[in-house]
Design a protein around this ligand. Structure first.
Ligand code: NAG
Ligand code: NAG
Length: 231
């Protein structure tokens, strides 16, 4: 984007195979999430990191906090975007380039040595309480699932949703199944006339094959679907 913001995703071979996660991601992204961004930045590159199993339905930028350095989606949202007790999900975050965010990333990255064997998301859950973050002056915000939802805690109102993550979901086939349902639901919603969009309070048909109960199974390894290990 013009303000030097890049959108990054990553995928493994299984996710890149034809007709799988990346195709659904691109379909959601191309279809609706028209991005317009006009923020000013005097530093390096800002970025949105998004897992590829996140459907982008609306431009998320209007929902981001203008003054935060680091903002991250949540599996469960406490209702308070400043509350570090929130359960962040490393699959979606927006980071503005600043001295503070650069120092924060250095700290996060080096903390992997303090917590060996843990994933980046788990390490974040340890270090989010660290006084160093306050000393850095880093402004961290947790994004409301009303806008940035997922299987763990779906966005209730389709009039508000920006993204939906196939989190709380293990196994590529289960994930693909529910991602396709999400896209279908979204298309159904878009086809409604405006008055019905507002009045019908349509909800998602997911989870179906994904499971809400899988939220705490952070350590069940699946070779073909490595990215879900901590998501
Ligand atoms: C939100 O959380 C912050 C940080 O824990 C706290 O200072 C603030 O009072 C909370 N706000 C509300 C409305 O509870
Ligand atoms: C999804 O769940 C249904 C019902 O349990 C099952 O019949 C179907 O095979 C599952 N689909 C996938 C892709 O796993």
């Amino acid at each position: 984007m013009e303000d030097k913001t890049v959108i990054i995703t990553t995928l493994n071979e299984a996710w890149a195979a034809p007709n799988t996660v990346i195709d659904l991601f691109l379909e959601s992204f191309r279809r609706d999430a028209l991005i317009s961004c006009a923020l000013f930045s005097s530093w390096g590159y800002n970025f949105v990191f998004t897992d590829a199993d996140i459907m982008w339905f609306r431009d998320p930028f209007p929902r981001f906090f203008l003054d935060a350095d680091f903002q991250i989606a949540c599996d469960q949202f406490s209702g308070n975007s400043s509350d570090v007790q929130n359960r962040p999900n490393g699959g979606f975050n927006y980071v503005k380039s600043s001295k503070r965010s650069i120092e924060f990333y250095k700290f996060w990255y080096s903390s992997r040595e303090t917590y060996p064997g843990y994933h980046d998301q788990d390490v974040l859950n340890f270090i989010k309480f660290d006084p160093l973050i306050e000393r850095l002056g880093l402004k961290m915000r947790f994004l409301d699932t009303a806008f940035f939802g997922g299987i763990c805690e779906p966005s209730k109102d389709l009039n508000l949703v920006c993204t939906m993550h196939a989190n709380c979901c293990f196994g590529l086939d289960n994930k693909l199944h529910d991602l396709r349902i999400m896209l279908e639901d979204w298309k159904t919603f878009l086809s409604l006339p405006p008055t019905l969009k507002r009045s019908l309070s349509m909800s998602w048909r997911v989870p179906q094959n994904c499971s809400l109960n899988s939220v705490h199974q952070y350590d069940s390894p699946e070779k073909s679907d490595q990215q879900t290990l901590h998501r």
